[in-house]
Design a protein around this ligand. Structure first.
Ligand code: HAX
Length: 451
């Protein structure tokens, strides 16, 4: 057993005992109430999931095992000469709950390098798709084609493993998947946009830099962007569509390939991860309509109003949980100030940031008028020449594997059961409300008779 796996097993045993104790002592304690509106409105605010890897505060933003993004940028190990955190370190932190040493991160890089072989039939499956296929569709199909490699599925099918072993095979699949995803993503990029001119991996590089290299961007500053990008997009607690889907599908003991691919289909929605391509599309349309360059604030405001009047959302703004500017937006802004302060598109993103929130606030219905992670990422990628915006969500997906697969390891280690919340019909709710009203009327009536 690898050291990482041994450490994970020890942590998982400790945590499982903690959960058992909590359940025994407080299993019946109420931790919230549900209103009828929440039932209709996407279960917003309903506490119904346990995700150990990160926690989202509406005002502070995401914390990974207690560490904010600015803290992670300082405290996680860096590449030699680099300033941004290595995503290997974040995965270690999410999996074990403790900060890694430099050596732990080097070991993780090496382990992923060793595990990164992608079988040829995966590339063949991608090659069978027309070039016009959206990169996210190619990505999920590539992941599905690779399901032949699932250690969990094979072990389960053999009938030789029991519940206590599930975490082990899930761990193996998670590590292999994370190791292989950059290769698949880069293959899709080079096939669709660069005439199939593939670039072989360079395992002397860290995971994110090697990904950048396979995409065709060998520039230290782009490596840094990829390290930061892969770190900040990795996890956003458990209730967002991609994370929740991976957990939900995994809860049926579908193997990590099936579960992760399902989560990626959710990430491909424009209200979730696809918003990163929508943002840049929207900005480009704005520039085109306004004659190019850097439009003035009034011009931007007019374009925002026009978008809203067409019944569309402003992509990159708003959030189901956050109520402040997303610290992931701010981290990218900080990166841009350091590396590309004069970039026109980046300056436009910053100007839009000054214009959009008051307009959304005025609408009176938008709960969070501030930018989210997707409002900034495209402008950074464009600067380095990665202009194929349909590919942006694939980058997000590669990063998201770190959080959701670490969580899936925890799901199996804690033996979490199949997920099955209760649903009801509108008629059921009407009857329920009527029953509540009648019982209130009955008790009021009974009360007045007594007095
Ligand atoms: N522009 C215009 N209207 C918006 C809006 C925006 N950016 N954000 C919310 N609203 C509207 C909603 O559409 C809703 O309108 P209706 O009542 O007419 O349906 C109303 O304001 C209330 O919505 P909310 O409660 O504030 O927001 P939700 O929790 O329902 O939705 C979303 C959160 C992120 C989906 C939403 O803010 C949105 O559509 N934003 C634009 C798309 C986007 O940037 N998505 C990425 C989010 C982050 C992420 O997951 N990244 O991957």
């Amino acid at each position: 057993m690898s050291t990482l796996k041994e450490k994970f097993k020890a942590k998982a045993d400790e945590q499982a005992a903690r959960v058992r104790k909590l359940m025994q002592e407080y299993g019946h304690t109420k931790i919230g109430e549900i209103t009828l509106s929440q039932v209709y409105q996407g279960m917003r605010g309903v506490i119904g999931l346990v995700t150990e890897t990160s926690l989202l505060d509406p005002n502070e933003g995401i914390r990974f095992r207690g560490y904010s993004i600015p803290q992670l940028r300082k405290q996680l190990p860096k590449a030699p000469g680099g300033h941004e955190p290595l995503p290997e370190g974040l995965f270690y932190l999410m999996l074990l709950g403790e900060l890694p040493t430099e050596q732990d991160v080097i070991d993780m890089s090496n382990a992923w390098g060793r595990r990164s072989h992608v079988p040829n039939h995966v590339f063949d499956a991608i090659d069978a798709l027309p070039l016009s296929t959206h990169p996210m569709t190619m990505f999920t199909i590539g992941i599905m084609a690779m399901q032949t490699e699932s250690r969990f599925a094979k072990a389960y099918a053999s009938g030789k493993i029991g519940k206590a072993d599930y975490w082990d095979y899930t761990f193996e699949d998670a590590m292999n998947l994370i190791a292989r995803l950059p290769r698949i993503a880069a293959y899709i990029y080079r096939r669709k946009y660069k005439g199939g001119d593939n670039i072989q991996p360079d395992h002397s590089l860290d995971w994110a830099a090697n990904f950048a290299h396979m995409l065709g961007y060998d520039d230290e500053s782009f490596y840094e962007l990829m390290r930061l990008y892969m770190t900040i997009h990795a996890d956003h607690e458990g209730g967002n569509v991609s994370a929740h889907t991976v957990h939900l599908v995994g809860s049926a003991l579908s193997d990590p390939y099936l579960a992760f691919s399902a989560g990626m289909n959710g990430l491909a929605g424009p209200l979730h991860g696809l918003a990163n391509q929508e943002v840049i599309k929207w900005i480009k349309n704005m520039q085109q309509e306004l004659g190019g360059g850097l439009p003035g604030k009034e011009q931007i405001a007019a374009f925002v109003h026009k978008t809203l009047s067409e019944g569309k959302v402003i992509p990159g703004y708003g959030h189901a949980v956050l109520r402040q500017t997303d610290p992931r937006f701010l981290a990218q802004m900080d990166f841009a100030k350091k590396h590309l302060p004069d970039d026109e598109l980046v300056n436009l993103v910053w100007r839009i940031y000054e214009v959009v929130p008051p307009i959304l606030q005025e609408l009176g219905k938008v709960k969070n008028p501030w930018p989210n992670v997707d409002a900034h990422s495209g402008a950074l990628l464009e600067h380095y020449g990665l202009v194929e915006y349909e590919f942006y969500t694939v980058l997000f997906g590669v990063s998201r594997s770190l959080g959701v697969l670490a969580s899936l390891c925890w799901d199996r280690a804690l033996g979490l059961p199949i997920e099955r919340p209760k649903s009801v019909t509108t008629e059921w709710l009407e009857q329920f409300v009527k029953g509540q009203l009648q019982s209130v009327e009955h008790s009021t009536h009974a009360g007045s008779e007594e007095s």
